[in-house]
Design a protein around this ligand. Structure first.
Ligand SMILES: [Zn+2]
Length: 369
């Protein structure tokens, strides 16, 4: 184990994040310089941020937000035919309805909640808050407060830092690997609102009431529509349909969450590297996959590295800056980690104990030359 070079430790933890936020928030306004601008040698992160900033500035609203908002709107529109198809007595139509609802639910609750948690759906802060509650609580049956705390303040701010953003929330070491990887995720739709309930105590009374009302509204409206529009005859069959639709992609959801961080370099809170090294060593991209790109979004699949470097960019913008980011990292001899879904699955299956049960080893230097 080597030590991290001193220059890696300088405090630029959230710099890229803040600069990009400023670009996105105050587009049109002249961007202020940063870091004092006293002719200091430009850091790698700043250099990369400027390249990304240029791409963002040259992009239209449609590219920055429109495409992703349209995909989400299309998912909501698909719900209407899905409820109608679920009313069919023909197996083929009924199955098509189930598949359509499962996919729409996946887009809304995975891509939608993720973008909403980052405030990427709107340029207005107030609307960003509304979308976070709408997507995370009503659609995702989770607490917006807990979601933002876990994903933004811990996972993104402390990616792969032991005890903070080390992805250990996804670990269930008491489960055997086959159960963890292929069976337990099916319970995600049931576990999610229960975890939200467990987090309620951390909130004020008003937020507590809001979360309970919003989660109940989301669950009850799907149930009501299944009974009154699709014509389900018993509450049990409607609940079962909800479970199947909501669990349809939860195995993949769990896989994606663990594949892109666990098993990569982990850091200690006291000697964490600079942000660009932290993210390039602790994050991995999966290859493009049409289904997952649509449902999970590029930022969770093939642009996860870009997303961790510039978390305020929408899915489409992550895809647009990907060539710039990958070229820059390669030029600077920084890692740009990529692996296929099935290669990661094989790794996690074969090394389950090492990756998901035992404590991960800490990297002091992340092995770059
Ligand atoms: Zn994120």
């Amino acid at each position: 184990m080597q030590n991290v070079p001193e220059e890696w430790r300088e405090g630029e933890e959230r710099m890229g994040e803040m600069v990009v936020k400023r670009i996105v928030d105050s587009e049109g306004k002249k961007n202020e310089g940063q870091g004092g601008g006293e002719g200091e040698k430009e850091s790698l992160m700043m250099e990369l941020t400027k390249l990304v900033q240029k791409v963002v500035k040259e992009s239209s609203w449609w590219e920055r937000r429109g495409i992703d908002c349209s995909i989400l709107a299309a998912a909501f529109l698909c719900l209407a035919p899905a409820f109608l198809l679920l009313g069919s007595s023909q197996v083929l139509y009924f199955s098509a309805g189930m598949l359509l609802m499962g996919m729409a639910h996946g887009v809304i609750t995975i891509k939608g909640t993720h973008l909403a948690s980052h405030g990427s759906l709107s340029e207005s802060q107030a609307w960003a808050k509304v979308w976070a509650v709408f997507f995370i609580e009503i659609c995702g049956s989770f607490s917006a407060q807990a979601g933002l705390q876990g994903h933004i303040k811990m996972h993104h701010a402390h990616t792969n830092v032991i005890g903070l953003g080390d992805s250990s929330v996804w670990k269930a070491p008491f489960l055997p690997r086959t159960v963890y990887l292929f069976i337990a995720p099916l319970a995600v739709p049931i576990i999610t609102p229960l975890v939200a309930l467990a987090h309620l105590r951390e909130n004020s009374a008003a937020v507590m009431v809001r979360t309970i009302l919003m989660v109940t509204l989301g669950l009850y409206s799907q149930y009501w529509l299944l009974i009154h529009v699709s014509g389900f005859l018993s509450p049990l069959s409607a609940l079962l349909c909800m479970l199947v639709c909501r669990a349809m992609f939860s195995v993949t959801f769990i896989h994606v969450n663990i594949f892109q961080h666990i098993g990569l370099h982990m850091f200690s809170a006291t000697s964490r590297p600079k942000r660009i090294y932290q993210m390039t060593h602790g994050v991995l991209n999966l290859p493009r996959n049409s289904l997952l790109d649509w449902m999970f979004g590029h930022s969770l699949i093939n642009c996860h590295v870009e997303h961790h470097l510039f978390p305020f960019l929408s899915d489409n913008m992550c895809l647009k800056v990907k060539p710039v980011v990958s070229k820059y990292l390669m030029e600077k001899k920084l890692p740009y980690q990529e692996d296929s879904y099935f290669s990661r699955l094989r790794l996690f299956f074969n090394k389950y104990q090492e990756l998901m049960v035992f404590a991960p080893p800490i990297t002091e230097l992340v092995g770059v030359q």
